[in-house]
Design a protein around this ligand. Structure first.
Ligand code: CTP
Length: 237
């Protein structure tokens, strides 16, 4: 597939993609996590690799089949993901990052006792917000947004609050969208556009997202300049 892919608009570009869930330890036995399987992140990694990019995936625990020709950096917690999610030409945060972690991580297994118990939680680092606040001008920053209501309105708020170029919204309650499926129903949102897509495979969704990112290059002169050079040298060859 790599050899047959004709256009390589991301040749020479560094792309960092996060995918899968984070795990926030309670004790050596238990952790807090979510239903993400990492399939969307891996589909994006493959699509970026086929477009010629040098791709690193920072992945939470997942059993999904890994794409080839991609560097994998396995992590567990949101903090570890934060430490590995480096700046790049394009950063796509497809991971389902826990917003909270247990305030205390016990060294030994917590034993049960009668009555209720509760776990104090502390906010984790918002990785995407940090990247948005500390970005270089040439970085293209794309987030994901999972919602169950007011999908576009809430996602647009995240786009602005986290200083992103693009956010890909999906509604967990739409059939065929969300965790674990091989399909997705996405809306690609930028500062001045909104594109809603019908049900499609995660591989097709990844293609649409990568195409949209490449199209946006015109609004990001530094990225555009670098990508045009590569397109030109490809056509010469
Ligand atoms: N994200 C992140 N760090 C976090 C939480 C989320 O980088 N601690 C990223 C996700 O990877 C995603 C985007 O922020 O790209 C939006 O995540 P989402 O869970 O939809 O929204 P939140 O910002 O966490 O807000 P809320 O949970 O209140 O909807």
């Amino acid at each position: 597939e790599d050899a047959l892919q004709r256009e390589k608009p991301l040749q020479g570009k560094k792309v960092v993609i996060t995918g899968g869930p984070t795990q926030e330890a309670i004790d050596p036995v238990r952790y807090i996590t979510n239903h993400s399987t990492g399939k969307m992140g891996f589909a994006l990694a493959k699509a970026a690799m086929l477009r010629g990019a040098s791709v690193t995936v920072v992945k939470g625990h997942t059993e999904a089949e890994e794409p080839h020709f991609v560097k994998m950096v396995p992590v567990k917690s949101a903090q570890q993901m934060f430490e590995e999610a480096a700046d790049a030409d394009i950063v796509i945060m497809a991971a389902a990052v826990a917003d909270y972690r247990p305030s205390e991580v016990y060294d030994q297994k917590v034993k049960k006792s009668d009555g209720e118990m509760s776990i104090a939680l502390t906010r984790t680092q918002d990785i995407l917000k940090y990247l948005g606040e500390n970005r270089t001008t040439k970085t293209f920053l794309c987030g994901f947004s999972m919602e169950t209501e007011h999908v576009v309105k809430n996602s647009r708020k995240k786009l602005e609050k986290k200083n992103l170029d693009m956010i890909v919204a999906n509604n967990l309650k739409t059939a065929g969208a969300g965790f674990g499926t091989d399909t997705n129903v996405i809306t690609i949102i930028t500062k001045d556009s909104e594109q809603a897509f019908d049900l499609m495979s995660k591989a097709q969704a990844a293609d649409c997202i990568l195409d949209a990112i490449c199209e946006q290059k015109n609004q990001n002169p530094l990225l555009a300049e670098a990508m045009e050079c590569r397109l030109h040298s490809n056509s010469v060859r």
